[in-house]
Ligand binder design. Structure first.
Ligand SMILES: Cc1ncc(COP(=O)(O)O)c(C=O)c1O
Length: 374
């Protein structure tokens, strides 16, 4: 048994990471120009079979870059699931547009189709579905709704690198898709992000806005206000090495999920996301502890912590946040988002997590949950 604390997440660097970073350092290309950026973008695009990949400094600004390049602005509405990381919605506010926070399905925890349809108004310009905790959202139906209403779709793939829906990779359905390579993600660059698109015009706008809005043909000439959203060559060096190992990174996480499922199977009230037979990727092993309230869920997490196990709550619904209190943002009660948030807990998930530690975590979880579920 590993007697140290068991963290919730930890990156693993088992491939060419050190070699490539050292190479980047020694070459002197440490900022946002360099061969690793080109290689990482090319390989990332090719992995997905998409024409354009635009690397960014993190996943939040990848989403912002996508919205800004598509011209989303004042007066526009963008549909976002209420149950997601805050960045998915904040980026809409960065554009001075209005996020419409809609409910999720209780089984797969992803944006509900019915809620999307109910929220659409003449001001609605885009939808940002999120593949929450690595579980693919229902992209075929979402794209159909989007076509009918002429809406832009930006897939938030931050948590779902490598997932598939009916055999097709997530990140290849929407008009743009955005990824995060934060340290706890399936693959990491420390901080980092990526936009993917088959729309060459949008890709070109993203490249311009990523680099302060500088004209592509005339250096230091700016036709518009842009941002410094570039990725560094050192980040890309790590990213390329991680991408080379993606299959094994995913396989390790699959094995962790299977073991958790096996060890938690005896407790019927500990419920996993429904995947509908799609290829879920195990970003963080996350379960609902049915029947708990926020207080008892937190008590379970505290007791796990006393036993040396780090865990984390599922995201609170965004409409709970003080700066989202305006009821206009949340057209419904979003009861499913609240229920999943109230009962949800993420368990340690990282490459290298030992089987005996998974067994220990599962046993502690069942024991603690039973204490608080009465
Ligand atoms: C669903 C979702 N969207 C966006 C982000 C933002 O990514 P980053 O942390 O790289 O800015 C994250 C990452 O934490 C996320 O989980």
């Amino acid at each position: 048994m590993n007697v140290q604390r068991i963290p919730i997440a930890r990156p693993s660097f088992l491939g060419n990471e050190k070699k490539y970073v050292l190479d980047a350092l020694e070459s002197g290309w440490i900022s946002s120009i360099g061969p690793y950026i080109d290689r990482f973008e090319k390989e990332f695009a090719s992995y997905h079979g998409v024409r354009n990949a635009i690397a960014t400094h993190n996943g939040t600004i990848a989403l912002h870059l996508a919205l800004a390049s598509a011209g989303i602005g004042q007066g526009d509405e963008v549909i976002v699931p209420d149950l997601t990381f805050i960045a998915t919605s904040n980026v809409v506010k960065y554009c001075n547009a209005r996020p419409l926070l809609v409910d999720v399905d209780p089984g797969n925890w992803n944006i509900s189709l019915q809620s999307i349809v109910e929220a659409i108004s003449p001001s609605t310009k885009a939808i940002i579905p999120v593949h929450l905790y690595g579980n693919p959202a229902r992209m075929d139906e979402i794209m159909k709704i989007a076509r009918e209403h002429k809406l832009l779709v930006i897939e938030d793939c931050a948590e779902a690198m490598g997932a598939r829906l009916g055999g097709k990779k997530t990140g290849t359905f929407g008009h743009v898709s955005c990824f995060s390579f934060f340290g706890n993600k399936i693959m990491t660059t420390g901080e980092g992000g990526m936009c993917l698109t088959n729309d060459d015009e949008l890709a070109s706008k993203m490249r311009i806005l990523r680099d302060h809005g500088m004209n592509l043909k005339k250096k230091y000439w700016y036709d518009q206000i842009g941002f410094n959203y570039r990725m560094t060559n050192m980040q890309a060096a790590i990213g390329l090495a991680q991408l080379e190992q993606l299959d094994s990174l995913l396989a390790s996480r699959d094995a962790i999920r299977s073991r958790y499922k096996e060890k938690l199977a005896s407790c019927e009230s500990i419920v996993f996301q429904e995947t509908g037979g799609n290829r879920h990727v195990n970003w963080l092993t996350t379960v609902r502890l049915k029947g708990l309230d926020f207080e008892s869920r937190d008590a379970v997490m505290n007791e796990l912590s006393l036993k040396g196990i780090d865990s984390r709550p599922v995201f609170y619904p965004i409409h709970f946040m003080p700066f989202y209190k305006d009821p206009v943002y949340s057209p419904g009660a979003n009861k499913n988002s609240i229920a999943v948030a109230r009962e949800g807990i993420s368990l340690p998930t990282y490459v290298g997590l030992e089987t005996e530690n998974i067994d220990y975590i599962a046993a502690c979880l069942i024991q603690t949950y039973e204490k608080y579920s009465v």
